[in-house]
Design a protein around this ligand. Sequence first.
Ligand SMILES: [Zn+2]
Length: 423
Amino acid sequence: MNTLIRNARINGTADSWALYDEHTVLACGEGNVPDDIKSKANRTVDAGGADLVSGLTDMHVHFREPGLTRKGTIASESRAALSGGITTVADMPNTIPATTTAEALRAKIELGHRTSAVHYNAFFGLVPGGLAELHKIDPKEIPGVKIFLGTSTGSMSCPDDDELLEAMRYCASVGLPVMVHAEDNGLIARNAEEAVRRYGSKEAVPAGEHWRIRSAEACVRATDRAIELAMRSGVRMHIAHVSTAEEVRRFFRPGDTASKQITAETTAMYLDPVLADPANRSVLHKINPAIKTPDDAAALREAVISGAIDTIGTDHAPHLLADKQGGGLTAASGAPSVQFAVRMMLEYLPLDVIVRRMTAGPHAIFGIGSHGTIEPGAPSDLVLVSRTEPHVITDTEVISPCGWTPFAGRAVTHDVNVISLAH
Ligand SMILES: [Zn+2]
């Protein structure tokens, strides 16, 4: 079945057309559609001048399955992603069981392929003793290895430096990138103790203290250490969810993503100019790392435009509202953002920047998803982006079973529709 879409803006050029089937883009061009192309089309769609862009890739989602399915399932959360213009995802390992063994990884990938509404990938999580499990996995089965750097407790604790270096050298030797969550837990623990002293009890610490407890300094210190480990091991390292201006200033430069050893991700919630103001945040916006300040968000927006930051993810992490009750040290961290992140970012970032950081960026590092240019041979993961009347986001339209969004009450002025998902 061949579809011809005409009257679209493609790769930035207005009045363009593209012919595609269930697998790939077959042809594209500008101006009048040639007769031989028209004759190959089984149906024609008029895009009405909308932008036609590649399906977007989100390298950072927590779809909660297996084990945490009351918060979300691969089926439900992938439908939320699809409705937000995202056609490829990479799922994080902190499920129950955690994806830290070859067996758990294969089971999750199999479940994803069976139930996901979008192209599904899963990271392997490295924990102490996990290198033997990583050896059992063909590197082609995964986009990369996730490490929660500095986390000494919980299901995703971090190996010691010797083991980390050995694992990173192995990843370097087989061409696997590692993605790290970089926050210094020692510093965070000290900040938390100080807050408890000041407020009298753990329960009394308000959510408004979260960004001071999980401070910018905790991020900078851990990222510094992560990069040192990357340099010593030679591994390609992607720093997840960068949230501070200081990290951008110290560690990341514009340049060709494919030739960088150290790359960076930020997320829609750290870029957001409204959420950047602590006065506009509630416990629902408590995420790790914490959202910091307007200056941080401005520097991050500049960095995604310049290419100092290579990818934008969502860090989609649904929790039930019951889990989000409490304060800075008691409410769960994380928010479901995959459904509205792209529409929200279109309010303050150019479309071509979002597309580049959610296609070419991840593709250059992890080799998955679209490479971002619509051309013959590209996968037919295609999204139409058009302007609409302002629409105020409400919790009632949330697809995730958690039933809420950190963007409720915000107005968006674009529609994002996936019109084709490649088989
Ligand atoms: Zn995450």
